[in-house]
Design a protein around this ligand. Structure first.
Ligand code: NDP
Length: 285
Protein backbone atom coordinates (compact mmCIF):
# COMPACT_ATOMS: atom_id res chain seq x y z
CA UNK A 1 0.00 0.00 0.00
CA UNK A 2 1.16 3.52 -0.62
CA UNK A 3 -0.70 6.24 1.24
CA UNK A 4 -2.39 9.17 -0.47
CA UNK A 5 -0.62 12.38 0.44
CA UNK A 6 -2.76 15.05 2.10
CA UNK A 7 -1.76 18.28 0.41
CA UNK A 8 -1.86 21.07 2.99
CA UNK A 9 -0.81 23.73 0.48
CA UNK A 10 -3.77 22.89 -1.73
CA UNK A 11 -6.30 22.93 1.12
CA UNK A 12 -4.80 26.12 2.60
CA UNK A 13 -5.14 27.83 -0.80
CA UNK A 14 -8.76 26.65 -0.95
CA UNK A 15 -9.50 28.08 2.54
CA UNK A 16 -7.82 31.38 1.63
CA UNK A 17 -9.78 31.64 -1.63
CA UNK A 18 -13.08 31.16 0.24
CA UNK A 19 -12.06 33.77 2.81
CA UNK A 20 -11.09 36.15 0.00
CA UNK A 21 -14.57 35.85 -1.51
CA UNK A 22 -16.20 36.43 1.87
CA UNK A 23 -13.91 39.40 2.59
CA UNK A 24 -14.90 41.04 -0.72
CA UNK A 25 -18.62 40.54 0.04
CA UNK A 26 -18.06 41.91 3.56
CA UNK A 27 -16.29 45.00 2.22
CA UNK A 28 -19.15 45.61 -0.25
CA UNK A 29 -21.71 45.34 2.48
CA UNK A 30 -20.02 47.19 5.35
CA UNK A 31 -17.72 49.57 3.48
CA UNK A 32 -14.57 48.30 5.15
CA UNK A 33 -12.31 45.24 4.97
CA UNK A 34 -12.07 42.76 7.86
CA UNK A 35 -9.05 43.69 10.00
CA UNK A 36 -6.37 41.62 11.74
CA UNK A 37 -3.69 43.09 14.01
CA UNK A 38 -0.59 41.59 15.61
CA UNK A 39 1.17 42.85 18.70
CA UNK A 40 4.86 42.08 18.48
CA UNK A 41 7.17 42.79 21.40
CA UNK A 42 10.94 42.86 20.90
CA UNK A 43 13.02 41.65 17.99
CA UNK A 44 12.92 37.84 18.00
CA UNK A 45 13.91 37.02 14.37
CA UNK A 46 11.62 33.96 14.06
CA UNK A 47 8.67 36.05 15.27
CA UNK A 48 9.50 38.71 12.67
CA UNK A 49 9.20 36.07 9.91
CA UNK A 50 5.93 34.67 11.31
CA UNK A 51 4.40 38.13 11.59
CA UNK A 52 5.49 39.03 8.06
CA UNK A 53 3.84 35.85 6.73
CA UNK A 54 0.60 36.68 8.53
CA UNK A 55 0.56 40.23 7.15
CA UNK A 56 1.25 38.87 3.64
CA UNK A 57 -1.66 36.44 3.97
CA UNK A 58 -3.89 39.36 5.02
CA UNK A 59 -2.94 41.26 1.87
CA UNK A 60 -3.71 38.20 -0.26
CA UNK A 61 -7.23 37.76 1.10
CA UNK A 62 -8.02 41.47 1.13
CA UNK A 63 -7.89 42.16 4.90
CA UNK A 64 -6.77 45.35 6.53
CA UNK A 65 -3.77 44.53 8.72
CA UNK A 66 -1.71 46.29 11.30
CA UNK A 67 1.31 45.48 13.45
CA UNK A 68 1.92 47.16 16.79
CA UNK A 69 5.64 46.74 17.41
CA UNK A 70 6.68 47.43 21.00
CA UNK A 71 10.25 47.55 22.29
CA UNK A 72 11.71 44.47 24.02
CA UNK A 73 11.95 46.30 27.35
CA UNK A 74 8.23 47.20 27.39
CA UNK A 75 6.55 46.93 30.77
CA UNK A 76 3.74 44.40 31.16
CA UNK A 77 1.23 47.22 31.59
CA UNK A 78 2.34 48.79 28.30
CA UNK A 79 1.65 45.52 26.45
CA UNK A 80 -1.72 45.26 28.21
CA UNK A 81 -2.49 48.84 27.16
CA UNK A 82 -1.86 47.83 23.52
CA UNK A 83 -4.21 44.86 24.00
CA UNK A 84 -6.89 47.12 25.48
CA UNK A 85 -6.52 49.53 22.57
CA UNK A 86 -7.10 46.76 20.01
CA UNK A 87 -10.00 45.43 22.08
CA UNK A 88 -11.80 48.69 21.42
CA UNK A 89 -10.75 49.64 17.85
CA UNK A 90 -13.64 48.90 15.46
CA UNK A 91 -11.47 48.43 12.35
CA UNK A 92 -9.72 45.47 14.02
CA UNK A 93 -11.95 42.40 14.15
CA UNK A 94 -9.34 40.05 15.59
CA UNK A 95 -5.77 40.26 16.84
CA UNK A 96 -3.07 38.21 18.46
CA UNK A 97 -0.03 38.70 20.61
CA UNK A 98 2.90 37.04 18.84
CA UNK A 99 4.57 34.54 21.19
CA UNK A 100 7.04 34.06 22.71
CA UNK A 101 7.17 37.35 24.60
CA UNK A 102 10.48 38.62 26.01
CA UNK A 103 11.46 37.16 29.40
CA UNK A 104 9.85 38.88 32.35
CA UNK A 105 6.48 39.40 30.67
CA UNK A 106 3.69 37.17 31.96
CA UNK A 107 2.15 35.70 28.78
CA UNK A 108 -0.87 34.20 30.52
CA UNK A 109 -1.72 37.47 32.25
CA UNK A 110 -1.34 39.51 29.06
CA UNK A 111 -3.42 37.07 26.99
CA UNK A 112 -6.15 37.11 29.63
CA UNK A 113 -6.89 40.72 28.59
CA UNK A 114 -7.64 39.79 24.96
CA UNK A 115 -11.38 40.13 24.33
CA UNK A 116 -12.69 36.65 23.56
CA UNK A 117 -14.55 37.77 20.42
CA UNK A 118 -11.32 39.20 19.00
CA UNK A 119 -8.96 36.39 20.05
CA UNK A 120 -7.55 35.59 16.58
CA UNK A 121 -5.74 32.35 17.43
CA UNK A 122 -8.03 31.34 20.29
CA UNK A 123 -5.14 31.13 22.77
CA UNK A 124 -7.00 32.86 25.57
CA UNK A 125 -9.92 30.51 25.00
CA UNK A 126 -7.78 27.45 25.58
CA UNK A 127 -8.40 27.27 29.31
CA UNK A 128 -10.53 24.22 29.97
CA UNK A 129 -14.18 24.96 29.58
CA UNK A 130 -13.83 27.97 27.31
CA UNK A 131 -13.18 26.22 24.02
CA UNK A 132 -16.55 26.04 22.33
CA UNK A 133 -16.18 22.57 21.01
CA UNK A 134 -16.81 22.29 17.32
CA UNK A 135 -19.39 25.05 17.29
CA UNK A 136 -17.11 27.97 18.11
CA UNK A 137 -16.52 30.90 15.83
CA UNK A 138 -12.82 31.09 16.51
CA UNK A 139 -10.89 27.87 17.00
CA UNK A 140 -7.22 27.14 17.73
CA UNK A 141 -5.59 27.38 14.29
CA UNK A 142 -3.52 24.20 14.05
CA UNK A 143 -6.16 21.73 15.31
CA UNK A 144 -8.88 23.53 13.32
CA UNK A 145 -6.64 23.26 10.24
CA UNK A 146 -6.37 19.50 10.78
CA UNK A 147 -10.16 19.17 10.98
CA UNK A 148 -10.34 21.11 7.70
CA UNK A 149 -7.84 18.71 6.06
CA UNK A 150 -9.87 15.69 7.18
CA UNK A 151 -13.06 17.25 5.88
CA UNK A 152 -11.56 18.29 2.53
CA UNK A 153 -10.39 14.72 1.88
CA UNK A 154 -13.76 13.29 2.93
CA UNK A 155 -12.26 11.38 5.85
CA UNK A 156 -14.94 10.33 8.28
CA UNK A 157 -14.29 11.18 11.92
CA UNK A 158 -17.55 10.26 13.68
CA UNK A 159 -17.41 6.89 15.37
CA UNK A 160 -13.74 6.30 14.60
CA UNK A 161 -10.87 5.59 16.99
CA UNK A 162 -8.53 8.58 17.15
CA UNK A 163 -5.27 8.82 19.05
CA UNK A 164 -3.60 12.17 19.66
CA UNK A 165 0.00 11.92 20.80
CA UNK A 166 0.84 15.08 22.79
CA UNK A 167 -1.26 17.01 25.30
CA UNK A 168 -0.10 20.62 24.99
CA UNK A 169 -2.58 23.46 25.49
CA UNK A 170 -1.93 24.72 21.96
CA UNK A 171 -2.15 21.51 19.92
CA UNK A 172 -2.78 18.17 21.65
CA UNK A 173 -5.64 19.05 24.00
CA UNK A 174 -7.69 21.23 21.61
CA UNK A 175 -7.10 18.62 18.87
CA UNK A 176 -8.57 15.92 21.08
CA UNK A 177 -11.45 18.24 21.99
CA UNK A 178 -12.32 18.93 18.34
CA UNK A 179 -12.16 15.24 17.43
CA UNK A 180 -14.40 14.44 20.38
CA UNK A 181 -16.83 17.17 19.32
CA UNK A 182 -16.90 15.50 15.91
CA UNK A 183 -18.01 12.25 17.64
CA UNK A 184 -14.73 10.31 17.49
CA UNK A 185 -13.60 8.01 20.28
CA UNK A 186 -10.46 9.77 21.44
CA UNK A 187 -7.35 8.68 23.31
CA UNK A 188 -4.62 11.13 24.33
CA UNK A 189 -1.08 9.79 24.71
CA UNK A 190 1.87 11.67 26.23
CA UNK A 191 5.36 11.22 27.63
CA UNK A 192 4.10 9.09 30.54
CA UNK A 193 2.08 6.70 28.35
CA UNK A 194 3.53 3.27 29.16
CA UNK A 195 2.89 1.42 25.89
CA UNK A 196 2.73 4.03 23.13
CA UNK A 197 2.70 1.55 20.20
CA UNK A 198 -0.32 -0.27 21.67
CA UNK A 199 -2.21 3.05 21.87
CA UNK A 200 -1.21 4.31 18.43
CA UNK A 201 -1.94 0.95 16.75
CA UNK A 202 -5.62 1.08 17.61
CA UNK A 203 -6.11 4.45 15.89
CA UNK A 204 -8.04 4.85 12.66
CA UNK A 205 -6.84 8.47 12.76
CA UNK A 206 -3.47 9.09 14.40
CA UNK A 207 -2.30 12.65 15.14
CA UNK A 208 1.25 13.12 16.37
CA UNK A 209 2.01 16.49 18.00
CA UNK A 210 5.18 15.84 19.96
CA UNK A 211 8.26 17.35 18.35
CA UNK A 212 10.45 14.22 18.10
CA UNK A 213 11.73 13.13 14.69
CA UNK A 214 11.18 9.43 13.98
CA UNK A 215 8.85 8.86 16.94
CA UNK A 216 6.09 7.20 14.91
CA UNK A 217 7.29 4.19 12.92
CA UNK A 218 5.41 1.85 10.59
CA UNK A 219 4.97 -0.87 13.23
CA UNK A 220 3.05 1.64 15.40
CA UNK A 221 0.42 2.31 12.73
CA UNK A 222 -2.70 0.27 12.01
CA UNK A 223 -2.88 -0.72 8.33
CA UNK A 224 -5.13 1.76 6.50
CA UNK A 225 -4.95 4.44 9.22
CA UNK A 226 -4.92 8.18 8.49
CA UNK A 227 -1.72 9.71 9.86
CA UNK A 228 -1.47 13.43 10.62
CA UNK A 229 1.98 14.74 11.49
CA UNK A 230 2.04 18.05 13.38
CA UNK A 231 5.68 17.81 14.50
CA UNK A 232 8.23 20.29 13.18
CA UNK A 233 11.77 19.08 13.75
CA UNK A 234 15.19 19.22 12.14
CA UNK A 235 16.76 15.91 11.16
CA UNK A 236 20.49 15.09 11.30
CA UNK A 237 21.02 16.88 7.96
CA UNK A 238 19.22 19.98 9.25
CA UNK A 239 16.17 19.37 7.06
CA UNK A 240 12.66 20.10 8.31
CA UNK A 241 10.81 16.89 9.25
CA UNK A 242 7.86 15.73 11.35
CA UNK A 243 7.42 13.11 14.09
CA UNK A 244 6.52 10.39 11.62
CA UNK A 245 8.89 8.15 9.66
CA UNK A 246 7.29 9.26 6.40
CA UNK A 247 8.77 6.62 4.06
CA UNK A 248 7.97 3.67 6.32
CA UNK A 249 4.53 4.83 7.47
CA UNK A 250 3.44 5.69 3.89
CA UNK A 251 3.59 1.94 3.16
CA UNK A 252 1.02 1.19 5.89
CA UNK A 253 -1.28 4.24 6.10
CA UNK A 254 -4.16 5.15 3.77
CA UNK A 255 -3.54 8.92 4.03
CA UNK A 256 -0.56 10.83 5.38
CA UNK A 257 0.47 14.47 5.77
CA UNK A 258 4.02 15.36 4.68
CA UNK A 259 6.31 17.78 6.54
CA UNK A 260 6.69 20.35 5.13
CA UNK A 261 3.49 20.90 3.12
CA UNK A 262 0.95 19.17 5.36
CA UNK A 263 -0.38 20.71 8.57
CA UNK A 264 1.97 23.73 8.52
CA UNK A 265 0.33 25.74 5.71
CA UNK A 266 -3.09 25.34 7.36
CA UNK A 267 -2.20 27.35 10.46
CA UNK A 268 -2.05 30.79 8.78
CA UNK A 269 -5.01 29.92 6.54
CA UNK A 270 -7.10 29.20 9.64
CA UNK A 271 -5.99 32.50 11.18
CA UNK A 272 -7.56 34.17 8.14
CA UNK A 273 -10.70 32.05 8.62
CA UNK A 274 -10.90 33.03 12.32
CA UNK A 275 -10.56 36.73 11.49
CA UNK A 276 -13.27 36.48 8.85
CA UNK A 277 -15.58 34.70 11.29
CA UNK A 278 -14.88 37.32 13.97
CA UNK A 279 -15.69 40.12 11.52
CA UNK A 280 -18.95 38.47 10.49
CA UNK A 281 -19.94 37.81 14.11
CA UNK A 282 -19.18 41.40 15.11
CA UNK A 283 -21.23 42.78 12.22
CA UNK A 284 -24.15 40.38 12.60
CA UNK A 285 -27.30 42.47 12.61
P1 NDP B 1 4.91 20.69 23.52
O1 NDP B 1 6.38 20.47 23.76
O2 NDP B 1 4.19 21.74 24.27
O3 NDP B 1 4.16 19.30 23.80
C1 NDP B 1 4.70 18.07 23.38
C2 NDP B 1 3.84 16.94 23.89
O4 NDP B 1 4.44 15.72 23.48
C3 NDP B 1 3.71 16.88 25.42
O5 NDP B 1 2.37 16.67 25.77
C4 NDP B 1 4.58 15.69 25.80
O6 NDP B 1 4.10 14.95 26.91
C5 NDP B 1 4.48 14.82 24.58
N1 NDP B 1 5.64 13.93 24.46
C6 NDP B 1 6.94 14.23 24.58
N2 NDP B 1 7.70 13.12 24.39
C7 NDP B 1 6.85 12.11 24.13
C8 NDP B 1 7.02 10.74 23.85
N3 NDP B 1 8.23 10.18 23.79
N4 NDP B 1 5.93 9.98 23.65
C9 NDP B 1 4.69 10.54 23.70
N5 NDP B 1 4.46 11.84 23.97
C10 NDP B 1 5.53 12.61 24.18
O7 NDP B 1 4.77 20.90 21.95
P2 NDP B 1 3.58 21.55 21.06
O8 NDP B 1 2.31 20.83 21.33
O9 NDP B 1 3.61 23.02 21.15
O10 NDP B 1 4.11 21.17 19.60
C11 NDP B 1 4.27 19.83 19.21
C12 NDP B 1 4.99 19.77 17.87
O11 NDP B 1 4.14 20.39 16.89
C13 NDP B 1 6.30 20.56 17.81
O12 NDP B 1 7.17 19.88 16.94
C14 NDP B 1 5.89 21.89 17.22
O13 NDP B 1 6.99 22.51 16.55
C15 NDP B 1 4.84 21.44 16.25
N6 NDP B 1 3.86 22.48 15.90
C16 NDP B 1 3.54 22.61 14.58
C17 NDP B 1 2.62 23.53 14.17
C18 NDP B 1 2.30 23.63 12.73
O14 NDP B 1 1.71 24.61 12.31
N7 NDP B 1 2.64 22.63 11.92
C19 NDP B 1 1.96 24.44 15.12
C20 NDP B 1 2.29 24.16 16.50
C21 NDP B 1 3.22 23.21 16.86
P3 NDP B 1 4.02 15.57 28.41
O15 NDP B 1 2.79 16.43 28.42
O16 NDP B 1 3.90 14.37 29.25
O17 NDP B 1 5.28 16.33 28.62
Amino acid sequence: MSAEIIDGKLVAAYVRSKVKEEAAAFADRYGRAPGLAVIRVGDDPASAVYVRNKMKACDEVGFFSKTLHLPADSAEDEVIAAVEELNSVISIDAFLVQLPLPKGLNEKRILSYVKREKDADAFCSLDAGHLKLGGGNILPCTPAGIMELLSYYGIQVAGRECTVVGRSDIVGRPMAALLLAADATVTIAHSRTTDLPAVTRRADILVSAVGKAGLITADMVKPGAVVIDVGMNRNAEGKLCGDVDFAGVSEVASYITPVPGGVGPMTVAMLMRNTMNAALAASDE
